[in-house]
Design a protein around this ligand. Sequence first.
Ligand code: MG
Length: 254
Amino acid sequence: MKIGRYYITDKDKTSYCVVKGESLSEIKSGAFGKVKMGLRGKYHADKAMPLAPVEPSKIVLVGLNYKDHAKELGMPLPSEPVIFLKPPTAIIGPRQNISYPPYVTRLDYEAELALVIGKKARSVKEDDARDYILGYTCLNDVTARCLQKKDIQWTRAKSFDTFCPVGPFIETDIDPSNLRIKLYLNGKVRQSSCTSNLIFPVEKLISFISGIMTLLPGDVIATGTPAGVGPMQVGDTVKVEIEGIGSLINKVTD
Ligand code: MG
């Protein structure tokens, strides 16, 4: 099942919907509780504007987590995940613009598989971790690389408004362990890998992170980016594509 969040133009309201082709079935009880379909309304996709499919209390991201990226950087594999946060205010949806901040000299894309938490998770065991996942989506961990290098903390480099494109849907019925992930910049492939290259798989990440902070329904965990990270310029179009989920497309503007 694909779950999206939409602004329904002729009703002037925002709703979570189950997506089947061009048909949107409004979810009655919220995407993160028990999903009841079609009880409030059905809409055609041309009457709706797609929004980011999440409204998290927090976005937790993982640093170096692909074997190919570690090899590319000549870095040893980490012994435990390195995590950081982005604020929810950084989120934008499909087709919304990434703003290039005026004093940034290098702005990078990072294609990532993100998972969305379905129920409150605290100190979850790896064996139980999948029970806490609602589904999966695409995320671009936009990074002001120049500021990441300059600052000791990563917060400024990762947290500008628009630095967290997410979408287009949450796919609930997919095995995350072996999905092709690609990033296209102006139509050319820049990153191409597979989630089988993850150093720490999603179960380990949920167990590790939920042992530190309580994860709430709708919270997002981004699982790290593969090899091939590089810069974007004003005017570029960037697309994160993950097998079985879809494509997240955004443009860079000043
Ligand atoms: Mg990243």
